[in-house]
Design a protein around this ligand. Structure first.
Ligand code: KIV
Ligand code: ZN
Length: 511
């Protein structure tokens, strides 16, 4: 008999801790809605005590999702717990997730607390949280480097105080699978009343072992996996949702568990998160990378044509890649676009479809074959992102071998039309300088990359920028068949994110 494995998604919290991956409230709501459709059980929407912006985003997500649980992270202090509860309380099923470190290293140097003090604080925090809700999770930060018996003592005490989920994090990505599985078994055996709570794991990927550690823990008895889409997260990231879910699906013998994930929504969710956070998915990324189902070698192609199972362990349609990549063109109508979008896992409102259709027609005038990646970029860029401060209305650039490149931009700043000119040593430099004239913003450009979304000389270019202003760093993304326009869109997206970050600085003391 299969048991339920709860999928706890922390893309909006640990995922947002990836450098530059900050999201505004509208973007968080978009991702949360998509995660609900994907079928996750719990969304960790943020860390409400970290900033006003985080508090607001968590409360908006709590109100926006319909049925799934919404967790707010908090340290083991009354003030933090009050904030977390204040932000999640409007969710249909709210959860307070409080944490405290239990490893000798963290207790001595970071917390400067003794084992007794940590034990007391953990119990106090859970008891306090329990006044607000029955749904309380306790995380023993740096659990994998904690003394096993002390860990079990803390877990036993917090169960007695009312915790319903116990999370065992490999905070620094130090664990290896056989050791981690052994730790899970030890905790399950030596924690008093373990049957009253669910054991969860939360792994980081510093040694590239997050998924392996999570799977080993599930096989050993853990029944909640904390994951993020595309594995984004602090430093080298967290366990990738898509990897755990597809490993369990492809190798059902690993553990007798089932999840509530609709696997066909995995790829659309991956591209939405990538577009919103600006974090590019590496082409060879398992399950969701652009090359994950591409067969380059002639021998492999021949095998796949004869029987896909020769070289494909998963059916691409199972993760939401559509059967037919060559799609509609210039003459297709709105109904065809809607049906293509639905096949790709996007449910748009009539208003949203209307907007995408206009963009689609404009693109079809420039590009003959519109492929899935093109449609995805249109939807994500124009619909899935919300609440932009700056937007681009018009760009004209003059350049060539014998002239100084000059750009003319028309933009909206909070809905007000403005325009300006700029020149530069190339068309992109000129466009960026024109944007600077109009916005007055001149962040340092740390990174600029262009790639083609599809093959062909008429392919859309996808540009990613990394911009820095003082201590703030953000990523921006844009796509267009014209790479100068794509660059301007990416730069403006980077400015919008930088602006959001400056208005909602995260309290770095929180971590
Ligand atoms: O990595 C970690 O330990 C965490 C906890 C706050 C759960 O993110
Ligand atoms: Zn973490």
């Amino acid at each position: 008999m299969s048991e339920r494995l709860y999928i706890f998604d922390t893309t909006l919290r640990d995922g947002e801790q990836s450098p530059g991956a900050t999201m505004n409230s509208a973007e968080k709501i978009r991702i949360a809605t998509q995660l609900e459709e994907l079928g996750v059980d719990i969304i960790e929407a943020g860390f409400p005590a970290a900033s006003e912006g985080d508090f607001e985003a968590v409360s908006l997500v709590a109100k926006a999702v319909k049925n799934i649980q919404v967790a707010g992270l908090c340290r083991a202090s009354k003030a933090d717990i009050d904030k977390a509860w204040g932000a999640v309380k409007l969710a249909k099923n709210p959860r307070i997730h409080t944490f405290l470190a239990t490893s000798p290293l963290h207790m001595k140097y970071k917390l400067q607390m003794s084992e007794e003090q940590v034990l007391e604080r953990a119990v106090e925090a859970v008891r306090y949280a329990k006044q607000f809700t029955d749904n309380v999770e306790f995380s023993a930060e740096d659990g994998s480097r904690s003394d096993r018996d002390f860990l079990c003592k803390v877990f036993s005490a917090v169960i007695e105080a009312g915790a319903t989920t116990l999370n065992l994090p490999d905070t620094v990505g130090y664990a290896v699978p056989h050791e981690f599985a052994d730790l899970v078994r030890y905790v399950m055996k030596n924690t008093k009343d373990m049957n009253k709570a669910i054991l969860s794991v939360h792994c980081h990927n510093d040694l590239g072992l997050a998924t392996a550690n999570t799977l080993a823990a599930i096989a050993a008895g853990a029944r909640q996996a904390e994951v993020t889409i595309n594995g984004i997260g602090e430093r080298a990231g967290n366990t990738a949702l898509e990897e755990v879910v597809m490993a369990l699906h492809t190798r059902p013998g690993l553990a007798p568990v089932k999840t509530g994930i609709d696997t066909t929504r995995i790829c659309p969710t991956s591209s939405l998160v990538s577009m919103i956070t600006g974090m590019i998915v590496q082409p060879n990324k398992a399950v969701v990378g652009a090359n994950a189902f591409a067969h380059e070698s002639g021998i492999h192609q021949d095998g796949v044509l004869k029987n896909p199972m020769t070289y494909e362990i998963m059916n691409p349609e199972l993760v939401g890649l559509s059967k037919n990549n060559l799609v509609i063109g210039k003459h297709s109508g709105r109904a065809a676009l809607r049906s293509k979008l639905e096949e790709m896992g996007y449910q748009l409102s009539d208003e949203e479809l209307k907007k995408v259709f206009v963009k689609f027609k404009a693109l079809a005038d420039k590009k003959k074959d519109i492929l899935d990646a093109d449609i995805e970029a249109l939807v994500n860029e124009d619909i899935m992102r919300g609440g932009e401060y700056y937007s681009l209305d018009y760009l004209h650039v003059g350049c060539g071998t014998t002239v100084t490149p000059v750009a003319h931009v028309k933009m909206k700043i909070e809905g007000e039309s403005v325009s300006g000119f700029g020149d530069g040593n190339g068309p992109i430099d000129a466009a960026f300088n024109a944007i600077t004239k109009v916005t007055g913003e001149k962040p340092e450009l740390l990174r600029f990359t262009v790639s083609a979304l599809t093959g062909g000389t008429d392919a859309q270019g996808e540009v990613t920028v990394r911009v820095k202003d003082g201590e703030f760093i953000s990523l921006g993304k844009g796509a267009d068949p014209d790479i100068v326009t794509a660059s301007a869109k990416a730069y403006i997206n980077g400015l919008n994110r930088l602006n959001h970050l400056k208005k909602n600085p995260v309290n770095k003391e929180s971590f």
